[in-house]
Design a protein around this ligand. Structure first.
Ligand code: PLP
Length: 494
């Protein structure tokens, strides 16, 4: 998109005036209208960031308004965080930073507690913001349309299809349904393929919101236990017990299986290509539809580079999302499947909603087209966080065992006693929110496990691990607490 300025440049009064045709409608105070228009120009990228605006006097002369109007407009922009507050020199454009990262919603719960119940990251900064700014410039062309498209914007479906094709799974846009995130996608699939009297096979442990969705669909959950953590630094070897899954598919004949083979939440494991091939073959034999959640696939910290499960069979249904690669706030995901299934999913979708928001999809299309752009920095930071967390756990909680995650966002820790729920209840007293192990399973399993995300910067991870140590100490000093502590409230997790 064209902006009127070069980054770190300056804007002449005449250039700014050209961007401000008919800014003064008389609907409100002139200073406020001027400030509003400049703010929008910064937000949609037509005035770049870190650009010096004209002096108050020069702009007032060019616009033919009083200097007080421009002074008040600049003051208002400064107050809102769109101009630097520097005195004397010319004010420069910027974006508001409302608070230090520690206070950002999503990292810290409203009560000031560090939030590790969410395994999620802040947006890939400027890349996401720029995608939205560019999306706004494309919006006018779509405004004459109705704005409904249950399948998703064609340019986004094209971009997602090209992304799969590039990854070795030839895909057409007709095989893509855009959804409001992976969780929405799973609900659409469950309503279409599962339901009462049906069984759904899952990795055990698995993603808690998926378990809730399967329960809500009325289907019966068939847990396929993941084997105990492989020992040693090359952990990840026997990450899945495919034989046990095959046996469960043959005996129980589940209608579908919900699997997270790519940097599994919560263990961070990745399924080998050999196991993928075998699973796909067996599923075809038992009539089980394999539904794979690839939400974490881009977070390949060790560069494992497996093939998407869909590469092994056209019958595989894939779920994708931008939530972990770019930002959960985009609320954009998708389903990739055969065209006939996409038609059925679309019919289901329109019972819930009639399509996604257009601006988000325009932004998402831009992000998917240059999918890898923000990932290098994201993966590097995550690798650092992973090392920090593993080091902290080894140092401060030496009797906790953990396996080294190959990717994703979380470490699945084995505790020395069945204390996960109790720790979760105590943790907020020490400034931390975490998700208890049993949330990741059925039938009260995983009381010996706790998921610890490495989504926070090192200082906050240190605070978090020290909080876990303190909670563990309190529990060790008074083991009877385990019986008296109430269940934690069913708080939101991701
Ligand atoms: C495996 C898995 N699937 C789905 C989701 C939710 O994705 P979305 O935000 O796209 O609904 C998450 C988020 O934590 C996840 O880890």
């Amino acid at each position: 998109m064209l902006s009127a300025t070069k980054p770190s440049g300056s804007l002449s009064p005449a250039a700014l005036a050209r961007l401000l045709p008919a800014w003064n409608s008389g609907a409100g105070p002139a200073y406020r209208e001027l400030a509003d228009v400049v703010r929008l120009l910064v937000l949609d990228g037509r005035i770049a960031l870190d650009v010096a605006l004209p002096s108050e006097r020069a702009l007032a002369e060019t616009l033919g308004v009083s200097r007080t109007t421009v002074t008040a407009a600049y003051a208002s922009l400064r107050e809102q965080g769109f101009l630097s507050a520097s005195q004397g020199s010319r004010a420069r454009t910027r974006l508001p930073h409302r608070a230090a990262p520690a206070q950002m919603p999503g990292l810290v719960a409203p009560d000031g507690v560090i939030d590790l119940a969410y395994a999620s990251l802040p947006a890939t900064g400027e890349v996401v913001h720029r995608a939205f700014a560019d999306a706004l410039t494309e919006l006018p062309a779509l405004l004459p349309g109705f704005g409904y498209d249950p399948l998703g914007l064609p340019e986004l479906r094209e971009a997602i299809a090209a992304h799969y094709t590039q990854a070795g799974v030839p895909t057409s846009a007709a095989q893509i349904l855009v959804t409001s995130g992976a969780q929405h996608a799973l609900n659409i699939i469950l309503r279409t393929l599962a339901g009462r009297q049906q069984k759904v096979l899952v990795d055990h442990p698995t993603y808690p919101n998926a378990l809730d969705a399967i329960r809500a669909s009325g289907s019966r959950i068939v847990p396929a236990p993941l084997p105990a953590a492989p020992e040693g630094p090359a952990a990840g070897g026997a990450a899945w017990d495919v034989e046990a899954m095959v046996a469960a598919m043959r005996q129980q004949r589940p209608a579908m299986a919900y699997l997270v083979p790519d940097f599994h939440n919560p263990t961070g494991r990745v399924m080998s290509d050999l196991q993928r091939r075998r699973l796909v073959r067996e599923a075809a034999g038992t009539g089980t539809v394999l539904v794979v959640d690839e939400t974490l696939r881009a977070l390949d910290l060790d560069g494992v580079g497996t093939s998407p499960l869909a590469a092994f069979s056209p019958a595989v249904v894939s779920i994708g999302s931008l939530s972990k690669s770019h930002w959960a706030g985009l609320r954009t995901g998708w389903i990739r499947a055969e065209e006939e299934l996409i038609a059925r999913f679309t019919a289901t979708r329109t019972t819930m909603d009639l399509g996604g928001p257009v601006v988000e999809q325009l932004a998402a299309a831009r992000l998917v087209r240059s999918f890898a752009e923000p990932l290098g920095a994201r993966l590097e930071a995550l690798r650092g966080n992973r090392e920090t967390l593993l080091g902290l756990l080894a140092e401060h909680l030496p009797d906790w065992h953990f396996e080294r995650p190959r990717g994703g966002l979380t470490v699945w820790c084995r505790l020395p006693s069945a204390s996960s729920t109790a720790l979760t209840v105590l943790a907020p007293d020490f400034g931390l929110r975490v998700a208890a192990g049993p949330r990741f399973g059925v039938g009260g399993s995983f009381e010996h496990f706790l998921r610890v995300p490495f989504t926070l910067p090192p200082e906050q991870l240190t605070t978090a691990v020290l909080a876990l140590r303190a909670a563990q100490d309190r529990l060790d000093a008074a083991p009877q607490l385990r019986r008296t502590l109430k269940e934690p409230e069913a708080a939101a997790i991701a």
